[in-house]
Design a protein around this ligand. Structure first.
Ligand SMILES: [Zn+2]
Length: 224
């Protein structure tokens, strides 16, 4: 089984037995490629961390820049931890079974209140594969939501919104850390800001990120 640096990363950031304030939420966010999480929900992750919640990220592949590149953007978001796996870019549909186990281990170790991952409404096969693996690996978890990647299709229909008005620039800065992605127009600051304004209009505020709810337990969401 290919689970790189996984247990070590989880245990070092979240030793068992440490009590947390009741309102602190543990958020596990699962993405396929470096920069997916920043581009899709970087504002929300920055906000959660800034407000004292614990955010643990899993990135299923390293991309061309290796692990350092994979974690570069995340460092801007001040997350509690990140685990970079070495699944194969563009071949994740053949690796779902192992990715399910990665998610199962993460759920066991981190005990998240909320899990975020790719949507089924996404045109990239790797994103689909991670969506399926996360839903299966987190099948006993009450609260799962799907973020909006730039590759989401018109079928993406969010019904949960996070106000990122104070975190739009943190998101842009995180995405821009991914130098090998920076030539792609959809990760540019103008597009990211525009998307936040669009979802903000739906949410009746200035800037928002939207999520599809797979299922949600109100007590898990707390004050997020
Ligand atoms: Zn991706």
């Amino acid at each position: 089984m290919r689970i790189r640096r996984f247990t070590q990363a989880m245990m070092s950031y979240f030793p068992h037995g440490n009590g947390s304030p009741a309102r602190v939420r543990r958020v596990l966010v699962v993405g396929a490629h470096p920069d997916d999480l920043e581009a899709a929900c970087g504002g929300s992750l920055a906000r959660f961390s800034d407000e004292g919640h614990q955010v643990m990220a899993i990135v299923m592949s390293q991309g061309g820049g290796g692990e350092a590149e994979a974690t570069a953007g995340m460092e801007r978001l001040d997350l509690a931890g990140i685990s970079v796996q070495d699944f194969t870019d563009s071949a994740m549909t053949t690796e779902i079974e192992t990715m399910v186990k990665v998610v199962e281990v993460a759920v066991d170790l981190f005990r998240p209140d909320i899990i975020l991952t790719h949507s089924a409404h996404d045109q990239l096969q790797d994103h689909h594969a991670v969506h399926l693996a996360t839903l299966r690996g987190a099948r006993r978890s009450p609260t799962i939501m799907c973020f909006e990647s730039p590759s989401a299709t018109s079928g993406f229909s969010p019904s949960y919104f996070v106000d990122v008005s104070d975190y739009a620039e943190a998101k842009v800065a995180a995405v821009e850390r991914h130098k090998d992605q920076s030539g792609k127009p959809y990760t540019g600051g103008r597009v990211l800001r525009g998307a936040a304004v669009f979802r903000g209009g739906q949410a009746r505020n200035a800037h928002a990120e939207g999520f599809e709810i797979v299922r949600a337990l109100s007590s898990d969401l707390g004050n997020l």
